[in-house]
Write a protein that binds this ligand. Structure first.
Ligand code: ARG
Length: 551
């Protein structure tokens, strides 16, 4: 371990010490009441079952064999055989002090850093980003920040939808209208989409030209490609504007649209055919995998490639060229089947070796106040910009953004959630602005201390009050919380942790005067405030939320 192991996570240190005696994970839980200490384990109850002995007897044996006197007060056996652990307050104090001095704020770098590809955002050309892309951008960005903080090499990939038959009718409509594409905004390009679609449905002749236009695009016809390229540029400008507004990390370097795989497709097909993974069925090139009702169509009867083929090519490149250890897809739940199948086919084809993980982080929908899928009065999808506008009507941009991001990240990802602006921007309750407020308030305390001539406090020495201990204990869990998010890809665990921390901080203020106390107690409490401020700031940053100094 990098430094005094106390810092990164007292609970896991304790846990591994217990496990070395019991042989099984003690499954330490936070104690339900302060009089039970800090943690409780039911390990004796579980072992008693397998050994056929009375649980209290097993507990007594474990307590006798276990020497954690350097970390804990004397152990207690409670009720039917629970073991209670109370950390020594000087151990907790040293832990927070070390965390305060640690540039990584108690986050321990991964023992084996990985190359992690995160596929996120991925809007479609000539369409504005909608709430689904908003969720993907926010969640993907959070995972990017968390994994990067743990020392992994993250390669974000923005799998933009920039290819497909829809470009036939778009280009044809542009030529029909004589539109100067380069002068369009993204919203105007989207209007064009609607128009072309209607035209396609009502005018058979137009539809035929649009279909021929698809062939022209695929075969590289220069006029067609030029207009298509312009559509992409107009769209990317719009996407980048949205990314800037959202404060997400994506840049042009992360762009890897569907079309960038075109040149790989013939070789991909050759490999699939050579190793017998793909077979021609009714004119289409298909891969059949066990457990799926329908095959994956790699190449359609007309020779065209679709969404699945591109995703297969993307995996192939991510493994071969990027040497990815882990590939994460942040895409809405409706694509569950698609990714299940793509992963299965990629494994079968040898593009995705067993030692490379592929995970679909599926997320639910954003619902309107009526509890139905969030859409405009006209029934179209709500754009990202209009959501941000709605929140900014109620709060300043950084607060509005915090509100939206936190609402998105604080629930289990696969749950749908209701877009309720008033609740989201409130500074009370489990909201982003509440956490920003907690950070601003602790900053304010430290600012006052400085104004009073109290300079940097670096040592937490006194932790006699329960509220101080609770706060210190939570701080010691930061590192393991971040590691857990990286593991499970569940940002709501970090959100919940920060919410608990902010709550513990406000109980601490109530019960432990800071500036009104004196001497060593005051210094120690100020140091505790500093440590809390740093953890809040670091945690908020990982959620992509700005830790405001004032509010
Ligand atoms: N463009 C797609 C959509 O808007 C999302 C792409 C997700 N990434 C992928 N590799 N398929 O639904």
């Amino acid at each position: 371990m990098k430094y005094l192991s106390l810092v990164s996570s007292l609970p896991s240190l304790l846990s591994s010490r217990i496990e070395s005696v019991t042989g099984v994970d003690p499954e330490l839980r936070a104690a339900t009441k302060p009089q039970f200490g800090h943690f409780q384990s039911n390990v004796a109850l579980r072992l008693a079952k397998t050994e056929g002995k009375p649980p209290r007897e097993v507990a007594a044996r474990i307590v006798a064999d276990l020497d954690v006197s350097d970390l804990c007060e004397p152990l207690e056996i409670a009720g039917p055989g629970f073991i209670n652990f109370r950390l020594k307050s000087d151990v907790l104090a040293r832990s927070v002090t070390a965390q305060l001095a640690d540039p990584a704020v108690g986050i321990e770098p991964a023992a084996e850093p990985q190359v992690v590809v995160i596929d996120y955002s991925a809007p479609n050309v000539a369409k504005q980003m909608h709430v689904g892309h908003l969720r993907s951008s926010i969640i993907g960005d959070c995972l990017n920040r968390v994994l990067t903080a743990l020392g992994h090499k993250v390669i974000p990939q923005n799998h933009v939808g920039d290819w497909g038959t829809q470009f036939g009718m778009l280009v044809e409509q542009i030529l029909f209208d004589g539109t100067d594409v380069s002068a369009l905004t993204l919203a105007e390009a989207e209007a064009l989409y609607t128009k072309a679609n209607a035209h396609f449905k009502s005018d058979e002749e137009f539809a035929t030209r649009a279909r021929n236009r698809v062939v022209a695009l695929q075969s590289g016809d220069s006029e067609t490609r030029k207009i298509w390229q312009q559509l992409i540029e107009v769209s990317l400008a719009g996407f980048n504007e949205a990314y800037q507004r959202l404060g997400v990390l994506l840049t042009d370097e992360n762009l890897a649209g569907e079309s960038t795989y075109n040149d790989d497709l013939p070789q991909l097909v050759a490999e699939l055919e050579a190793n017998g993974t793909a077979v021609v069925d009714d004119g289409a090139l298909c891969v059949f995998v066990e457990g799926f009702n329908s095959p994956m169509i790699v190449r359609k009867r007309d020779g065209g490639f679709g969404y699945s083929a591109t995703d297969l090519a993307a995996i192939r490149r991510r493994v071969r060229d990027f040497a990815a250890d882990r590939i994460i897809y942040v895409v809405g739940a409706p694509q569950l089947f698609h990714f299940d199948q793509v992963f299965a086919v990629a494994r079968k084809a040898g593009f995705l070796p067993e030692n490379v993980a592929a995970e679909h982080v599926a997320f639910g929908q954003v619902l309107g106040p009526d509890g139905k899928k969030f859409s405009t009065r006209e029934g179209t999808a709500v754009t990202l910009n209009s959501l941000l506008d709605a929140a900014e009507e109620k709060a300043s941009p950084p607060i509005a953004l915090a509100a939206i991001k936190y609402a998105d990240l604080s629930n289990g990802l696969n749950k749908d959630y209701v877009f309720d602006v008033d609740r989201m921007v409130a500074t009370i309750g489990n909201t982003g602005p509440y956490l920003q407020y907690a950070h601003a308030r602790v900053t304010q305390v430290l600012r006052k201390a400085e104004a009073d001539g109290l300079t940097e406090q670096t040592v937490v020495s006194v932790l006699s009050e329960p509220a101080e201990q609770t706060l210190a204990l939570l701080l010691s869990r930061f590192g393991e919380t971040v590691a857990e998010v990286a593991d499970t890809l569940q940002p709501h665990k970090l959100a919940a942790y920060l919410y608990d921390l902010a709550g513990a901080l406000s109980v601490f203020y109530e019960q432990c005067p800071v500036l009104k106390s004196e001497g060593e107690v005051r210094n120690s409490r100020l140091a505790l405030c500093r440590a809390t401020k740093r953890v809040l700031a670091s945690g908020l940053d990982m959620l992509g939320i700005e830790a405001l100094e004032r509010m």
